[in-house]
Write a protein that binds this ligand. Sequence first.
Ligand SMILES: [Zn+2]
Length: 486
Amino acid sequence: MRFIDSQERCFHNKKAMIRFFNTLSGRLEVFEPLRPGEVRLYTCGPTVYDYAHIGNFRAYIFEDLLKRFLLYSGYRVFHVMNITDVDDKTIRNSQAQGLTLAEYTQKYINAFFEDIKVLNILPADVYPRATEHIPEMVNLIKILLAKGFAYEKDGSIYYSIARFPSYGQLAKIKPEELKPGARLEADEYEKERAHDFVLWKKRKEGEPFWETELGPGRPGWHIECSAMSMKYLGETFDLHCGGVDNIFPHHENEIAQSEAATGKPFVRYWLHCHHLIVEGEKMSKSKGNFYTLRDLLNRGVDPLALRFLLLSTHYRKTLNFTFEALEQATASLQRLRDFQIEIETRTFPEGYNEEVNQIISLARKEFKEGLSDDLNISLALSAVFSLIRKVNLLLQQGQIKNNDILALKEWLKEIDQVLGVLPPPPKALPEEIMAKIRLRERARQEKNYALADRLRQELLEQGILLEDTREGTRWKIISPKKTFPQ
Ligand SMILES: [Zn+2]
């Protein structure tokens, strides 16, 4: 008997070709980590000046899908995500509220960890905080000064983009568009303003500062990520991710800083996810279409349905968030959960059905092939729902046996390692509910239909749907179709 074939379970085959679109080369490339079997991943984390919004979570969920897929493909993944707890915005907001920087940012650091847990995002291995890595940043700036890539002006230290000939390679800026020599103090600016950028900002009255060998001051945003990524992942590592808005200036500057300091390639594959818009428009507080995760949870949104929605658009496409799309995502996810409940809670006759084996093999192959092709989530999800359709048909026809169920449970567990959208499988209903189901069964056998119907209705109100089949009565946990107030 073969219901789980060893060949099919060999999804840990590292030779399977994975391709990603590398922003640096502008092409799809075969993914090969530096060390066989191990991926070192850096993702730009939150700047903790406010609650993270759904655009931020689009990026974090894309990165989570990427990481989970690499784990599923058999790689060990070492993941570092920084916490930017000192920059222009955190300082501005903490001052406005009359709090110290640490008091102010701690609230949003806590909120960030709560939010990613609710969205079932796997935690990183390390969450370095910028304020705890000032010596590493100072050291990196000292190297840049010694090598002539940085210079001091009026107490601040700047990076000289003219000294780094490949500046602009990631953001595809032509050399003639660069404005070397002119200086910028701000952490964020547009491509049209590719100037010398600040590495160390001299102390300003009323701002937090550190006494260092560079003089009193604080780091610029970009040096934070160079120093912290190389500390934990080495001078050259495999993957660096963020949203497209990080490409310039942030990631461009990270490359310039790191490669000038080490003389080595910094990152081998750069992956960026595209923007999230809301109802076809740019999300902004002034338009009233700005949502944090907390805003949506307050409206009764299922966080895993939101996760499902955010991961189901390919990461290199603009994601248009609408409440209608959220309702559809909720319904799709419910189909997956119904299927889970069906196979987890029913009993089936002995035996197996070869057809189920074939359906699983095909779904497994298509799921993996889809994600291997630059995380093509549409192909992967269509493999999942196509299996569900086929198996549901066989379920209706009574052609599913207990060994098929074992294989299906195994498969569901596998795909959810990547998708992360299923709750733990329901083991049993509370005893009072089970007693009510038995009571209704007895009423039906005794042809007391009035009582049977009343109990059926009561159970429905408690979220339990009963289905009378030839093999007896089956139950199903249902969640009502949701509409969201807008
Ligand atoms: Zn960063």
